[in-house]
Write a protein that binds this ligand. Structure first.
Ligand SMILES: Cc1ncc(COP(=O)(O)O)c(C=O)c1O
Length: 376
């Protein structure tokens, strides 16, 4: 590493690296939300994380922790019951729980593609997809964002089994993968499609079962990864696919095998939150109204993301400019963060704004006014 100088103590070396990051305006640090800030930052798009009734009725804790990994003492009836429920909800033959979306993506991508196989992933994929393919023994290549001709030109050179990995909604841009068009392309090359549904879980479809089910293409997708930390308002993830895929992951996915199973409370909350979401389509209707209001209230000259998802963004060039605008909005009481390079490419820095069903009309109008005035 270019910063490592011989003879420096390790902590001094780390400090040199961190100082470089500070110089680039990209230093990350932890903070808790200030009292009274308006939430335009969380992924809790539907406010389910704050619905008390979702956890209130979980009165009988069978135990505080599962006590082991699923393959040892940790496999309980409540895990299997939730997996059956999720398989039905997401219209799959089988479902396998993971402790997070991060480990679910790692879990599938690191062990399903074999040596000599080829993986293609969208260049704007989440870090856990990039890490997952790196951990696999297959050859892997990215393709231009949502660009199927670029993907096809690369697929012509594939070896072994082919995998195409996309997100139904991209976490920084709020746009969709062209799933309907990807199906015939994958069929043409006999490729296996893997879809990360993190930002569509709970949002799309009548009951919130995500984009693949909404488009009725679920049976053509090899594996779907649903996460519960965003619109479902809790934690954890599930891989939906065939029984063979489930059996394979139970045997080979290190992220599934070598970790303590989810506890009773976490498992119950997932089911309760989904049941709540099914009974309350009005939260999605309110969110849709809020997205429209936001988009209509930002002055047309301001460069914003082309997104109709709760993930919205105001584009700003450079880390410094993004931090300056975010600080200004934070001071006015709006909680949001700048997204700076290297998280996004240079010159695509932005303020990421997450809209929610619980943001009031007044809050959204105030935010848009503040942005409009900043640019006037
Ligand atoms: C597209 C995508 N996949 C996976 C994850 C990881 O999910 P989790 O937060 O459950 O680990 C995220 C989280 O930011 C994401 O945006």
């Amino acid at each position: 590493m270019k910063f490592v100088k011989p003879g420096l103590k390790l902590n001094d070396t780390l400090e040199v690296i961190l100082n470089e990051r500070k110089k680039n305006g990209a230093f990350r640090f932890l903070r808790t939300p200030k009292e009274g800030m308006i939430d335009f930052i969380s992924n809790d798009y539907l406010g389910l994380a704050k619905v008390r009734s979702i956890s209130e009725n979980i009165v009988e804790y069978e135990e505080n922790g599962a006590g082991g990994s699923r393959l040892l003492s940790g496999n309980k009836a409540y895990h299997e019951q939730l997996e059956s429920f999720l398989a039905e909800y997401f219209h799959s033959e089988a479902a396998l729980l993971f402790n997070s979306g991060y480990t679910a993506n790692l879990g599938v991508l690191s062990c399903v593609p074999q040596k000599g196989d080829t993986i293609y992933f969208d260049e704007l994929s989440h870090m856990c997809i990039k890490e997952g393919v790196r951990l696999s023994r297959a050859n892997y290549y990215n393709f231009k964002h949502n660009n199927l001709s670029n993907l096809e030109s690369k697929m012509k050179n594939a070896t072994g089994n082919i995998f195409v990995v996309v997100e139904s909604v991209y976490s920084m841009d709020g746009d969709h993968a062209p799933l309907k068009e990807l199906i015939p392309l994958c069929e043409k090359y006999n490729a296996n499609l893997i879809v990360d549904e993190a930002h569509s879980t709970g949002l799309y479809g009548e009951s919130g079962f995500g984009l693949c089910c909404d488009l009725e293409i679920q049976d053509k997708v090899f594996a779907r990864i649903y996460t519960f930390g965003k619109a479902v308002g809790c934690h954890g993830a599930v891989v939906a696919g065939s029984q063979i895929l489930k059996d394979y992951l139970v045997n080979y996915s290190r992220q599934f095998i070598y970790t303590t199973a989810m506890n009773f409370h976490s498992v119950k909350i997932i089911e309760n939150a989904i049941q709540y979401r099914k009974k309350h389509p009005e939260v999605v209707e309110q969110l849709t109204k809020n997205i429209l209001l936001f988009r209509q209230s930002i002055n047309p000259g301001i460069n914003k993301l082309e997104s109709f998802h709760p993930i919205q963004g105001i584009m700003v060039q450079g880390n410094e400019a993004a931090i300056k605008l975010a600080n200004h909005l934070n001071e006015l009481g709006f909680d949001m963060r700048p997204i700076v390079s290297p998280t996004v490419p240079v010159n695509e820095e932005r303020i990421r704004i997450c809209l929610h069903s619980f943001n009031s009309t007044e809050e959204i109008k105030k935010l848009c006014d503040a942005i409009n005035i900043y640019y006037s």
